[in-house]
Design a protein around this ligand. Structure first.
Ligand SMILES: CC1=C(CCC(=O)O)c2cc3nc(cc4[nH]c(cc5[nH]c(cc1n2)c(C)c5CCC(=O)O)c(CCC(=O)O)c4C)C(CCC(=O)O)=C3C
Ligand SMILES: [Fe+2]
Length: 383
């Protein structure tokens, strides 16, 4: 297993990287949540966008995506499957850690999970969030929601919530993408399309540019796109380096939702596909590198919209699978829990890029949201 630590990272990999061992009572599988029927769609969207300044037209547009799927987000069944897969892997390895599931934006809520934990006598929880990268939306907001669920249930001070490190460069997360891109490139080759006419698009969720700039801790100096862009770029390089043929590749963004006046990360995947078509590219392999399961952002924004954009140019397009319940991913998540529980030294932790392994405990100021300021957050050093 490769583990590279850049010389410039020496200061960042001090003792603060790794915490002391903790005897956890249970795993908190923490996710986004999604509607389970047509009547849930609007209340769910209100939960997600409360106070966020998302234009009404965008909400109607997104409601339409959910309506087209019967008002049911695929994310809930995917989390149920992941929970079952984690339980099976824990049992197989003889690890006695129950898994409880709670979401940030829909039933079962994080507060329901904490109530359940309390009833079952659990005091120390290790959270596994279904989100691999660093940014306000993909890390800090989870931590804020842990804190507010502790507050609303009156369990602050009774239950402790730690989290596994952001796992963007853990082999368990990256391997399924390596396998998927290999399969995708083989499909392109089988069509007789040459590597020079092929492009690999690594796709992730766009976020406001100001959030991106503040993603990760300030002292790492990641530049304009912050840790969020740097982590995605680094993972893309690892995935491409593992391929036998290496067509050109790039990082693109999807699912932008803020007002047009607010800058979000670009280019949008559909604009990128248009530009590639104009350059004579005949095939695209789309890698949903920002996501862990085939939820709505994948099913709609990639499988419906991006594939349609490619089809409009008569391009051949393949969408690579997300990690889902790939055995390497499930095993990797359990490994992440154990390294944290046992206080495994940073030098022994698997990480495929020079950026990781990421921190057990978020550093001060990490993933600040300049739009809303700091709210209390669990599993980090204040603020
Ligand atoms: C970085 C990131 C991830 C990846 C990390 C992670 O996985 O956590 C992610 C995942 C997801 N986002 C999801 C759904 C939504 N996200 C929205 C809005 C937003 N997302 C943002 C960012 C992210 N989002 C941001 C900056 C906003 C603007 C509002 C704000 O500033 O906070 C909205 C409102 C409507 C809209 O504007 O699109 C919806 C409905 C679902 C569920 C899908 C399903 O149901 O299957 C999932 C997994
Ligand atoms: Fe989102």
């Amino acid at each position: 297993m490769t583990r590279i630590l850049a010389a410039t990272d020496a200061a960042a990999s001090g003792p603060e990287h790794v915490e002391v061992p903790v005897a956890y009572d249970a795993i908190l599988l923490a996710s986004f949540g999604g509607p389970e029927g047509q009547d849930d769609v609007i209340p769910f969207l209100r939960n997600v966008t409360r106070g966020r300044g998302i234009p009404e037209e965008r909400l109607e547009e997104v409601a339409h995506h959910y309506r087209a799927f019967g008002g049911v987000s695929p994310i809930n069944d995917q989390n149920r499957e992941l929970k079952v897969a984690l339980e099976a892997e824990l049992a197989r390895r003889g690890i006695d850690l129950p898994v409880i599931w709670g979401n940030r934006n829909w039933n079962p809520y994080l507060s329901d999970a904490l109530t359940e934990a309390n009833e079952r006598g659990f005091r120390k929880l290790i959270a596994v969030g279904t989100s691999a990268y660093s940014s306000y939306s993909s890390c800090r907001q989870y931590r804020e929601d842990y804190a507010s669920a502790l507050e609303s249930t009156g369990l602050l001070g009774t239950i402790q919530i730690d989290k596994v490190r952001q796992f963007f460069d853990h082999p368990g997360f990256v391997q399924p993408f390596i396998d998927g891109v290999r399969d995708g490139l083989a499909q392109v080759a089988a069509k007789g399309i040459a590597p020079e006419k092929t492009h690999v698009l690594f796709a992730t969720h766009s976020i406001p540019s100001t959030d991106a700039a503040k993603s990760g801790p300030d002292f790492r100096g990641f530049g304009e796109g912050g840790a969020y862009a740097a982590q995605h770029l680094a993972v893309s390089e690892v995935v491409m380096a593992a391929q036998e043929t290496q067509p050109a590749h790039s990082l693109v963004y999807q699912s932008r939702s803020g007002p047009p006046s607010m800058p979000w990360l670009e280019p949008d995947i559909n604009d990128a596909i248009d530009a590639l078509a104009a350059d004579g590219i005949e095939a695209v392999v789309i890698v949903p590198v920002g996501f862990i399961s085939d939820h709505m952002e994948v099913k709609w924004d990639l499988d419906t919209e991006a594939l349609e954009t490619a089809g409009g140019h008569s391009m051949f397009a393949v969408r690579v699978p997300t990690p889902g319940v790939h055995p390497a991913f499930v095993t990797g998540l359990v490994d992440l829990v154990l390294e944290r529980r046992d206080g495994m030294p940073a030098a022994e932790r698997p990480a495929l890029t020079a950026i990781g392994p990421w921190y057990d405990v978020c550093r001060p100021g990490c993933c600040e949201n300049v739009r809303f300021g700091f709210k209390p957050a669990a599993s980090g050093v204040a603020p």
